[in-house]
Write a protein that binds this ligand. Structure first.
Ligand code: ADP
Ligand code: ZN
Ligand code: ZN
Length: 827
């Protein structure tokens, strides 16, 4: 901990500006404030929480305000993480304050909220306006409500759902003002199933709320029983009879009103309530395996690098079922043996309790899991264990790359090609790439693993930046699945039927049912029909807020927008010409499930897509039941292609390989290749060899053809040639600059202004745009984009910084400009 007493601190605030703000430190904080601690400071009319970057005694040029309150006694971001934050802010052209906020595990421990109140002029205006406008007018409603007392934005939004516009206009006129407030979240308010309870005396200090343990399990000053009410007495009696910690929800069956009693006892310091730790699913834990020669060779290279304590990045390219996980685990053991720590990043959907279970089995309570499905309390608890050094193996999704591990020795990024490593909001960083930078700063090693490495990562091998390690065959010399393409144009010619399943696929599924083997059926599109159109006039039903067609969801009997969630009833007549000839086009996973039921009435079928999975637990439940053999067929979108190891699956059917090919994105082919290869890899992982049937109307497309041949190298070379010719990444650095506004004219005007700034383009840069974005309107905002390709990363970065400065100087709205460096999605 740095010593010293300072008069000032420079604070990075979560506002879209770059410079830190200097505050005076009040007497009480002068020697308690340190870089990396969070501090509350006034900003305009608001109070914001920022991170201290520096403490000093240099008198600032301008008068400074006084900081209000220090949140952390010890830094939450150490020097290494602060430096990483600076790198992200620079590389991704994002405001440092917002970057740091995103790195803070405890960001949401503080509930951030806006509270609206009337300004003085608002108070005067209120009387007048309330008289002048009808009582139903949102303006008058808001003013009347705020006259009584300030209200939180969340409350107002619920009470007056359509008052958004009115609020904004009142704010513009200076009648109302918002204050950013933070309330400490009370862990006692977590739902019962998320809490563990035990008698306060049984607990090590640190429980909530941490009553001092006294002799005999009862804290000193315990009120006599008489002061407790009946449920409280019963609960205490139960806990005395059943020592140890219990899930609160489970006690509710035994003790009446246990939940309420628990909370009041906790307030009195008599019991301790702590967040429930991760539920470990009851999956058979994989045995520990002796490495096969290929795994051993890969491991030894990684081990040597770890021992040398130097930064090094490996690309572990192992075919599906080659046993990459075992290599990761063994390498992590090596790091732990050296007294250092390891981080394992996995794609969003892959981090299931089952997966966590494997790590607990191997590393016990040295494991911490950082999962976005956890409550804030749980996450905070995990974060503390990591920082204190109690946990030295961290498994997490994208933001896990910021885990405050000590003595970092290794970062593993599993399925490194996966798109979920990219954050699609500011700061738009890629967790995989940040992992490499973090390891470099720490002198650690990185292992990027995949059966289908991204072009960028694979090309970094050629450039000498990464070292390639290969696992060319499956475990125990199991064969790769046999893949066959089925040309659906030919199928139509022969059968004269527009069928969902070819005869061959249907027959193959039937066989699996007879043999008691399992089948996976992929169609990477949700819903029942992908659009609804009118036969008379050709009109397609589009979203009100976005320029996309609505998808028909049969179970809910409605049309749904996959961009904004807008829903409407299925029209009985055409909205344009009133014709009754409405028809449904395009196939989605929901319809595939229905057709499978029709074709195989006796089969037990489950579906896995974003409509059947709304929380992580459902995802895990469906997969678990499938693995246990409770279903014969699993249908779904790309969710079913990821990493699962289910030995009894001997058939994978792809209903249409063509879904992603038409997307206006230069990565369309790469994504299709990855998806097909990954899903094919689900077949034949047990003792019975697997087959894969891929239906397509593009059997000659190279992504489809080479995926069927399972020849990564061939795809890589072909795709690389295309990227080189077109100067796409990895042969250029790319950024997508998006200009957005609710008003089309405004979006056009801003993009025209930017267009002028960018003409003529600086040397080494090619700028395409302004042009309408492929989806020109999303959530009521019109979008124009500039796609920038640069021969030099530095030149690109300089230009992007200029664009940001331009928007700040011109006072563009906070959401008008989006800069996406290394964009993964261009739509
Ligand atoms: P990948 O991630 O490369 O697709 P996994 O890591 O899921 O492959 O491994 C596939 C299966 O092989 C798993 O069931 C795993 O337990 C098993 N396995 C891994 N290494 C070995 C080994 N050396 N000997 C036997 N089985 C192994
Ligand atoms: Zn019509
Ligand atoms: Zn929409």
């Amino acid at each position: 901990m740095p010593e010293g007493s300072y008069l000032y601190c420079d604070v990075s605030l979560p506002v879209p500006m770059d410079q830190p703000f200097t505050y005076t430190l009040p007497e009480t904080l002068r020697h308690r404030a340190h870089p990396g601690c969070r501090i509350v400071a006034p900003f305009g009319t608001r109070r914001l929480t920022g991170v201290i970057l520096r403490c000093h005694d240099e008198p600032p040029a301008m008068a400074t305000r006084e900081a209000l309150r220090l949140i952390d006694a010890e830094p939450v971001l150490d020097a290494e993480l602060l430096a990483l934050g600076r790198w992200i802010a620079g590389y991704y052209c994002a405001p440092l304050g917002e970057v740091l906020r995103g790195m803070l595990p405890l960001a949401s421990e503080m509930r951030r909220g806006k509270v609206w109140s009337l300004t003085d002029s608002g108070r005067d205006a209120a009387r007048q306006l309330v008289l002048d406008t009808s009582p139903d007018d949102p303006v008058s409603k808001i003013l009347r409500m705020l006259e009584r007392r300030p209200l939180s934005a969340a409350y107002l939004a619920k009470a007056l759902p359509l008052a958004d516009k009115a609020m904004r206009s009142l704010e513009r006129r200076g009648f109302i003002a918002a204050e950013q407030v933070e309330t400490d979240r009370d862990p006692l308010r977590a739902p019962s199933e998320r809490l563990r309870i035990e008698l306060a005396g049984d607990v090590a200090p640190g429980g909530v709320p941490g009553g001092a343990p006294g002799p005999g399990g009862t804290p000193p000053g315990t009120p006599p029983d008489a002061k407790l009410n009946k449920p409280e007495r019963e609960l205490r009696a139960f806990l005395e009879l059943h020592p140890g910690s219990h899930n609160l929800k489970e006690i509710e069956g035994a003790v009446r009103n246990a939940s309420m009693a628990a909370r009041s006892l906790a307030r009195k310091g008599l019991v301790s309530l702590k967040p429930e730790t991760v539920a470990i699913a009851s999956v058979p834990v994989r045995a520990r395996h002796a490495l096969n020669p290929a795994q051993q060779a890969a491991f030894e290279e990684i081990r040597d690098a770890i021992l040398s304590r130097q930064f090094r990045t490996f690309l572990l390219h192992g075919v599906t079922g080659s046993g990459k996980t075992e290599v990761y685990l063994t390498a992590i053991e090596e790091v732990l043996a050296q007294g250092r720590s390891a981080l394992l990043l996995v794609p969003e959907i892959a981090l299931t309790p089952a997966m966590a279970g494997q790590f607990f089995f191997r590393f016990g309570d040295r494991v911490a899991i950082l999962h976005s499905a956890f409550t804030d309390v749980e996450r905070t608890e995990q974060w503390r264990r990591i920082r204190s050094g109690k946990a030295s193996v961290v498994v997490g999704t994208r933001s896990g790359v910021f885990a405050p591990v000590r003595e970092l020795g290794l970062i593993v990024v599993d399925e490194e090609h996966d798109g979920s490593y990219k954050q699609e909001e500011t700061p738009r960083y890629n967790g995989r790439d940040v992992a490499v930078v973090r390891a470099q700063q720490a002198g650690a090693c990185v292992v990027l693993g995949s059966a289908t490495p991204s072009l960028e990562s694979r090309y970094n091998v050629e450039r000498g930046k990464y070292t390639l390690l290969e696992l060319p065959g499956r475990i125990e010399e199991r064969p790769m699945p046999l893949v066959e393409l089925i040309d659906m144009r030919q199928e139509f010619l022969e059968t004269r039927k527009q069928a969902t399943f070819s005869r061959k696929l249907e027959e193959a599924i039937g066989q699996r049912l007879e043999n008691g083997e399992q089948t996976i059926v992929l169609l990477n599109r949700r819903g029942f029909s992908s659009f609804v159109a009118c036969r008379s006039c050709g009109e397609r039903v589009e979203c009100m807020n976005c320029s996309v067609t609505l998808t028909f969801h049969k179970r809910d009997r409605r049309l749904l927008c996959h961009y904004c969630g807008y829903a409407e009833k299925v029209p009985s007549v055409c909205p344009k010409c009133s014709s009754e000839h409405i028809y449904f086009m395009g196939l989605g996973s929901e319809r595939v499930e229905e057709e499978l039921h029709r074709a195989f009435p006796a089969a037990r079928i489950a579906r896995l897509d974003r409509d059947t999975v709304t929380g992580k637990r459902q995802y895990e439940t469906i997969l678990h039941d499938f693995r246990e053999g409770n279903y014969d067929i699993l249908v779904g979108t790309q969710m079913i292609a990821k990493g699962h190891d289910i030995p009894n699956v001997t058939l994978v059917g792809v209903v249409s390989a063509d879904v992603g090919l038409g997307v206006p994105d230069f990565r369309a082919a790469e994504r299709t290749f990855q998806l097909l290869t990954q899903v094919a890899g689900r077949a034949g992982r047990g003792s019975v060899p697997g087959i894969v049937l891929i239906q397509t109307i593009n059997p000659d497309h190279y992504a489809v053809r080479i995926a069927a041949a399972q020849d990564y190298q061939a795809f890589y070379e072909k795709e690389l040639a295309f990227r080189r010719m077109m100067r796409y990444p990895p042969f250029s650095a790319m950024a997508n600059v998006l200009v957005r506004s609710e008003k089309k004219e405004m979006a056009m005007r801003l993009s025209a202004e930017l267009g002028i700034l960018l003409t003529p383009p600086p040397e080494k840069l090619r700028i395409m745009g302004p042009a309408e974005a492929p989806v020109a309107r999303v959530k009521n905002e019109y979008r124009y984009q500039f796609l920038i390709k640069a021969a030099s990363r530095t030149a690109l970065n300089e230009l992007l910084q200029r664009i940001r400065a331009f928007a700040i100087e011109r006072k563009w709205g906070a959401t008008a400009l989006v800069i996406d460096v290394d964009p993964l999605s261009l739509a």
